[in-house]
Design a protein around this ligand. Sequence first.
Ligand SMILES: [Zn+2]
Length: 205
Amino acid sequence: MSKSEADWCKKIEIWWLLRDIKKYGGYKHTTVSWGENGSRGSVSVQVSIWDDEKYARFIYTQTDNATGEKKDFDYKVPIVESPCHFGGTRHWFICTLSKNGQYCGRRVGVLYKDGDWFGCRHCYELTYSSRKVNKKYHLYPLLHTIELYDEIEKLSQKAKRQTYRGEPTKKQKKIERMYGEVFTNYKMFKIAENKLNTQTKGRNK
Ligand SMILES: [Zn+2]
C-alpha cells in the first residue's frame, strides 16, 4: 500500500468523539461526516464508556469503487482508559486491524479510514505533513495536535510507571506537558474554525 497523507484521510479523534459524552451519561449516538455536508461520506457511531465494556460501534455502508456493489459494515472498536497522573482518566481506541496476519491491537488516539475499516495510522502507513505546512495555515493546530497525540502514545507505551517515589517520572512529566499542548492547540483550532464558520455565514447574507 502506498503511503497516504494522513491529513486527507477520514479520521476520528477520541478526544473529539468523547468531548460531550459525560452530558449523556457515558453513552451517545452520533454521525461523523467528512467534506461539506458529508460529501466525502459519513458514518454512524454509537459510543459507550459508562460500563466495563467500552467501545465505539461504527455503522456505515460503503460502495465499492470498482464494482459499484454496496457493503454494510457494523463493528465495535474497543475503547480503553488509562489513569492520568493529575487525576481523571484518558481514553484510547484499540486498533482492530490485522496486517500480514498479525493483529495490531495498538492503543491510539486517532482512527483513520483509508480502506474499508477504521484503523490506526501505522496499519494504513499514513504520514503527516504538518511539518510542511505553514504555521499560519488554519489547520496547523489540528495537525500538530495529531502529531502530539502520536508522540504521547509512543511515550505512554514506553513508560513502565507513572510515578517514582511519589513523584511523576520524567516521561510522565513530558506526557502531561504534551497533553497541555494538545489542548492549547485544539482550542486554537476550534477558535479558527469558529471564525471560518462566522465568515461563511456573513458571506451568505
Ligand atoms: Zn493498527
